[in-house]
Design a protein around this ligand. Structure first.
Ligand code: AR6
Length: 177
């Protein structure tokens, strides 16, 4: 599914965030320590190799809502943007902290002149954020930010399961109407 806003293409697809060959910066659903973990962080660090963790150590720890950028090492991308999502029910206000992740990631990408960014569904795995609420925040934030973007031309959401993709597609349709 694709949508065009202000010269930016917003794409929703099912897939693995660690194998987005045509994307300049992939976003990591990180832990505060920027270490290898499970889920997205595990997939990204395994594909990138140990150099990614080494490069990230001076940047850690990060706070919920914060984003930092590193090289992509053995990933097929140029950069990784690491975002710490809120733990649902713990880090408050969780809706604002989740929106901050998307906003801060896009701002960092703009500062670097990056043309394409791929996001996973931050906080919806180990951190327990309900998929539909998280999708609404993520997509609304990205649509709002898209109006101001200059260098970014493609924003892709890479969702792990078919049902996660369907939830995002339904939410996007609801927002776009
Ligand atoms: N590609 C795309 N999406 C994925 C992938 C993948 N390879 N693997 C999982 N997902 P999570 P969080 C989906 O747990 O909730 C880690 O251990 C997954 O189904 O990766 O922000 C870190 O070390 C879910 O929908 O991130 C942190 O401690 C979404 O990506 C903590 O988990 C996010 O799941 C971060 O938790």
């Amino acid at each position: 599914m694709k949508q065009f806003i202000n010269g930016v293409t917003l794409e929703l697809m099912q897939g693995d965030i660690a194998s987005q060959k045509d994307i300049t910066a992939v976003v990591n659903a990180a832990n505060a320590e920027l270490r290898i973990g499970g889920g997205v962080a595990g997939a990204i660090h395994r594909a990138a190799g140990p150099g990614l963790e080494r490069e990230c150590q001076p940047l850690a720890p990060i706070r919920p809502g914060e984003a930092v950028i590193s090289g992509a090492h053995n990933l097929p991308n140029k950069y990784v943007i690491h975002c710490l999502g809120p733990v649902y029910g713990v880090d408050k206000p969780e809706d604002e902290l989740l929106a901050d992740c998307y906003r801060n990631a896009l701002n960092i990408a703009e500062e670097k002149g990056i043309d394409s960014v791929a996001f996973p569904a931050i906080s919806t795995g180990a951190f327990g954020y309900p998929m539909e609420s998280a999708a609404t925040i993520a997509l609304k934030t990205v649509l709002e930010e898209a109006k101001k973007l200059k260098s970014i031309k493609t924003i892709r959401f890479v969702l792990f399961s078919k049902s996660d993709l369907e939830v995002h597609a339904a939410v996007l349709k609801g927002i776009a109407m």
